[in-house]
Design a binder for this molecule. Structure first.
Ligand code: SAH
Length: 277
């Protein structure tokens, strides 16, 4: 297997410089998660145990969703469906998916189903999230370096990615969802997740080259920017519209001999769109 690049965290200076310069119109409104901000509105009281994966919190929403046992059952199902990468299973078991959906949908958060997140968009099924991240990791030892996610949505997948990558840059084109993700993720205090508002089809050159790029929306063509911003030896995973008009997962490996594309199983994602809104 090709050596995967694992970048040291080397953005320190660049980031400090960037955060002091004004954001580019329509491209970024990035700032690392503040560590002292109060919890998001749906955070139940006494949630320290949830974050650390300790004993279930009895002061939950009364749905038992704060129990890590709920997530472990989901992880067992994922393993039974053939997902094997222990890093991915660990990350899926760690992130509280129910905190990313509306309260009325929270009871369905650990079922293998996609759920609406507003503005006509959806959070992908756990199985699809896990499958794509497993493909992205490609059996790497340890964490990936910088990862670019296109389509932040509610921020769930970005939170999962934060466990398997040193830095996560996640772009969303809908301002409303960008804000929602920021609010959802505040509770998790993930200093390695950087939320960007902009058109993900342009990638995010300032963070390039990336050890991996993952897209959560189905496009007709692979944007050249993504290919350019992949590091040598790195991998891209994205749903693509195929000739029959359906979507399938595509894996692209950037190798010294060129781009190696592999089309995998059929999937169903919201469309990749250009511009911001
Ligand atoms: N990973 C998300 C899934 C969100 S659905 C989650 O965990 O919730 C896909 C998202 O891609 C939608 O929010 C949609 O607005 C966004 N999207 C579509 N085209 C985009 C583009 N060009 N740039 C950035 N985001 C885009």
């Amino acid at each position: 297997m090709a050596q995967r690049p694992g970048f040291p965290i080397q953005l320190g200076n660049a980031q400090a410089k960037k955060s002091s310069s004004p954001p580019k119109p329509g491209s970024t409104s990035r700032s690392p998660m503040p560590s002292t901000t109060p919890h998001a509105k749906r955070t139940p009281p006494g949630n320290a145990a949830m974050r650390t994966g300790e004993a279930p919190n009895k002061v939950s929403q009364g749905l038992g969703l704060d129990s890590s046992a709920v997530r472990q059952r989901m992880v067992q199902k994922l393993a039974a469906q053939g997902l094997q990468d222990p890093h991915v299973l660990q990350a899926m078991g760690a992130v509280e998916r129910h905190l990313f959906v509306e309260t009325a949908l929270a009871t369905q958060a650990y079922e293998d189903t996609s759920l609406p997140i507003g503005l006509g968009q959806t959070i992908s099924k756990p199985n699809v999230v896990a499958r794509m991240i497993e493909l992205l990791r490609n059996g790497a030892e340890g964490k990936l370096g910088r990862v670019l996610e296109i389509g932040t949505g509610c921020g769930y997948q970005a939170a999962v990615l934060s466990h398997i990558a040193t830095e996560v840059y996640s772009i969303e084109r809908l301002k409303g969802l960008h804000e929602k993700a920021r609010q959802n993720l505040r509770h998790f205090r993930l200093p390695n997740v950087h939320l960007l508002f902009g058109d993900g089809m342009l990638g995010y050159p300032k963070g390039a080259p990336y050890a991996a790029i993952i897209c959560a929306a189905g496009g007709e063509q692979l944007p050249q920017a993504w290919l350019d911003q992949l590091a040598m030896g790195a991998r891209l995973v994205a749903p693509m519209v195929t000739q029959g008009g359906q979507q399938a997962l595509m894996v692209v490996d950037k190798t010294p001999e060129g781009f190696k594309k592999t089309l995998l199983e059929a999937v169903h994602f919201v469309p990749l769109k250009s511009g911001i809104s």
